[in-house]
Structure formats: structure tokens, C-alpha cells
Design a binder for this molecule. Structure first.
Ligand SMILES: [Zn+2]
Length: 276
């Protein structure tokens, strides 16, 4: 597994940086002759760099990792394409996929914090840490993350799955929601599930987490056990919800998400076979 070390310090000259060129929420990738995707090197994107204000993300196996934004009307160079983050999943090295998400989030934060949120003065980028500071009032802005909890609730060998009212496809997933100011993660888990389907839960246990750069979330996964209540979906959020044993599962999310990892973990614990 390639080793990434985060940093904001510019690399020494002569290294061969990876360049994550961001356009909107897309990243520039190259297609090799065999169809594989790759992140361009500095030489390959030289024509674009004049219009890019670069950010250092760090080093991957000793090679600098840089990112910067081009205007939305820029066309990709010959042999390259701008690609959404989701499409990069499992089509490039996992370390580069993760860095693409990081690049898009850093660029988006930088783009949306050009002016002080308190007094409106143009902000300046700090060189010692990833932050922008207002020269007039001193307010410092850091890249923001929106933590969200996602929970697999279990009852007698069945999992609580729900179809979101906003999903255009028919798939079911586990329940998720943003953490509110002042809440612990466990309180957020309990509140979300109660609000969305009227179910109380207990035995909340941490499962794992996943950066979710759409646009700047961190998904924090939990398992929990049913403690009371009957399923009563909130119609503004949930179109349908129910308890499903693994052999009864409806269509579930793809492998990209931690929701699927939680569902697959449940299936394994129930002695079932995980599908691809
Ligand atoms: Zn200010």
C-alpha cells in the first residue's frame, strides 16, 4: 500500500509531482493504452499550470502530491478527461482515489473561503497550515467537514433497511444523518433513527469511518440493536422501511460506500454469503 504523508510544505524542485487538476468537482485523469486511469504528472499538465494556484497535499511514496483548480470552461488536454470522484472508485489505486477526494475538498474549501465570513475582507492563505486568515479581523478558516452517522440496526437476525424518499432508484440502505451542533455521535445515531423511522436503539458500537467528499462529509459507521418502537417512516425522508434478513434483501448500495460495508458485515455475521 503506498504511503501518504500529509503536508502543506512545497516540495523540492526536480521531484515528479502528481497533479490533481480539479474542475468543479471533477479531477483530470489520463487513460493509458490499456484503458487504465492515471493521475497526470507535472509534465503532462504543464499547459494548464499557468492558471492554477497550487496547493500542496503532501507526499505519496516520496512523490509530491499537488492540487489546484482550473476554470469550469477549460477542456481537458488530448488523452485526458475530467472525471467525477465516484467514477474513480476501483478504477485507480485506492491511495489515489482517496487523494482525489482530498484534492476536491481542499479546492472547494479554498474556493468558498476567499472572503472573511465575519467582515467580508479578502482572506490570505497561510503557508504554515491549511487555513485562510482575514488580515483585517484575524478570523481563520480551516477546511470544514460535516460529520454524519450511519447505522446498521439489527433485530432478531434482520437489518433495518430504508428507501430514501429522494432516491430516484429503488435501492434500500441503512439510515444516516448529519450530526448536529452539541450532539455526541451516539446521540446523533439515536435521534436520526427515531426521527426517520420511530425506532429506539441501544448497544451503539463504532464500526469504522469513511471520508465522503460529496462535498465534504465524514461518514462514521455504527452498529446498534433494536430497543423499542414500531417502524413509522417520516414521509419527508423515508419512502419505505422494514426489517430484512439477508436472503430477503432488496437492492442495496454499491461497494463504494460504508453503508455497504456495514451491510456486508451483517450478512457475514449472520452466516450468509456476501454478493459482489
Ligand atoms: Zn475579517
Amino acid at each position: 500500500m503506498p504511503k501518504f504523508i500529509a503536508s502543506v510544505t512545497p516540495p523540492a524542485a526536480g521531484e515528479r509531482p502528481y497533479w490533481f487538476i480539479v474542475r468543479g468537482s471533477e479531477v483530470l485523469v489520463r487513460f493509458d493504452q490499456n484503458g487504465a486511469r492515471a493521475i497526470p504528472t507535472q509534465v503532462e499538465v504543464r499547459s494548464l499550470l499557468a492558471m492554477v494556484e497550487g496547493h500542496v497535499l503532501g507526499q505519496l511514496d516520496g512523490r509530491p502530491v499537488l492540487t489546484g483548480e482550473v476554470p469550469r470552461d477549460i477542456e481537458p488536454p488530448e488523452g485526458f478527461t475530467f472525471t467525477g470522484i465516484r467514477e474513480l472508485f476501483e478504477t485507480i489505486d485506492p491511495a489515489l482515489y482517496s487523494l482525489a477526494g482530498r484534492a476536491v475538498q481542499v479546492v472547494d474549501w479554498d474556493r468558498t473561503h476567499r472572503y472573511c465570513g465575519r467582515c467580508g475582507t479578502p482572506t490570505e492563505r497561510l503557508t504554515t497550515e491549511r487555513a485562510r486568515r482575514c488580515p483585517a479581523c484575524g478570523l481563520t478558516s480551516y477546511p470544514r467537514l460535516a460529520p454524519a452517522v450511519i447505522t446498521l440496526v439489527e433485530r432478531d437476525g434482520k437489518a433495518l433497511l430504508a428507501r430514501n424518499a429522494n432516491f430516484t432508484t429503488g435501492f434500500y440502505s441503512i439510515l444516516a444523518g448529519f450530526v448536529e451542533p452539541g450532539e455526541s455521535l451516539e446521540e446523533a445515531v439515536q435521534r436520526e433513527i427515531l426521527e426517520e423511522v420511530g425506532i429506539e436503539v441501544t448497544d451503539i458500537r463504532y464500526f469504522g469511518s469513511q471520508p465522503w467528499p460529496f462535498p465534504h462529509s465524514l461518514m462514521i459507521g455504527f452498529t446498534a440493536r433494536y430497543a423499542g418502537g414500531e417502524i413509522t417512516p417520516d414521509p419527508s425522508e423515508i419512502a419505505d422501511a422494514g426489517w430484512f434478513a439477508p436472503h430477503e434483501f432488496p437492492q442495496i448500495p454499491g461497494k463504494i460506500s460504508i453503508s455497504r460495508a456495514l451491510i456486508d458485515d451483517f450478512v457475514r455475521r449472520m452466516g450468509g454469503e456476501v454478493t459482489e
